[in-house]
Design a protein around this ligand. Structure first.
Ligand SMILES: [Zn+2]
Length: 259
């Protein structure tokens, strides 16, 4: 809580809300992050409350607990204008209306993910994710730096970097991990940054003492596991494979490569 009596979101919740919609306003779709000066970044988005953080605020619900009020489920990522608009017009922007806007924006972001529709088929140079995907085509452009944390950066487009982060989440399919990979293998989120702002995150499992990384596969409706060739995750796996034969390793671990 930043102010007394306000159930504000934690920084991590704000970041998750923003990333879940690619840092675009959930109402007007404006981009809310960008460069500032030659190296900085600017954020004009806000994690707005669906039901107000404090008594007397817009759509305040006295029956909600403090935890629920600052939970990610009570937040929506908006630009500053839209955040003001929804609070000035609570008759129109009800809890239901905001929940629908949030769901629609998150669905749109989900379907824009490379694993879902295939980024390479799209042609929009302004989309940062597509630019990252294209940069990843050329593994020779990427260098690793072994500082405190392992990091990859693109020599032709240094604004793009890839870093490992610690995370308590373990989103891998357990049966796949247990059957085809060591259940004890370490799981790492890999995050693609653009000008220091996270734009894409995915999970990898480190195998054989970090000699290779396997991307988190998707599961199809017959119970099979696969990863799409036209995806950022597959291109990151190529970057991290070093001298490992990636495709045969994927197939050994029962991950099918799909076009
Ligand atoms: Zn907006």
């Amino acid at each position: 809580m930043t102010k007394q009596g306000r159930d504000d979101f934690k920084e991590q919740v704000k970041r998750q809300l923003a990333m879940r919609v690619c840092y675009q306003c959930s109402k007007c779709s404006s981009q809310t992050v960008g460069p500032s000066s030659s190296v900085g970044t600017t954020n004009i988005g806000v994690a707005a409350h669906i039901t107000a953080a404090s008594q007397g605020g817009p759509r305040y619900d006295g029956n909600m607990s403090l935890e629920d009020r600052s939970d990610i489920s009570n937040g929506i990522w908006l630009c500053q204008s839209c955040a003001k608009h929804i609070d000035n017009d609570v008759a129109r922007f009800t809890v239901d209306c905001l929940s629908r806007l949030k769901k629609k924006a998150e669905d749109k972001a989900y379907h824009a993910l490379p694993g879902d529709s295939g980024l390479a088929d799209q042609d929009d140079d302004h989309d940062i994710l597509i630019q990252a995907y294209r940069c990843l085509e050329f593994s020779e452009d990427w260098r690793s730096s072994d500082g405190e944390e392992k990091c990859f950066y693109c020599t032709s487009r240094p604004e793009f970097t890839i870093r490992e982060k610690d995370s308590p989440f373990k989103p891998f399919h357990e049966e796949w991990l247990n059957s085809f990979v060591k259940p004890s293998a370490s799981i790492y989120p890999l995050i693609v940054f653009w000008h220091g702002t996270p734009i894409y995150n995915t999970f990898f499992v480190k195998c054989d003492e970090s000699r290779y990384y396997l991307p988190m596969p998707q599961k199809d409706n017959t119970g099979g596991f696969f990863i799409k060739k036209k995806s950022i995750a597959y291109r990151i796996a190529r970057l991290y494979r070093q001298h490992y034969p990636l495709d045969s390793t994927l197939s050994r671990c029962k991950i099918t490569l799909r076009d």
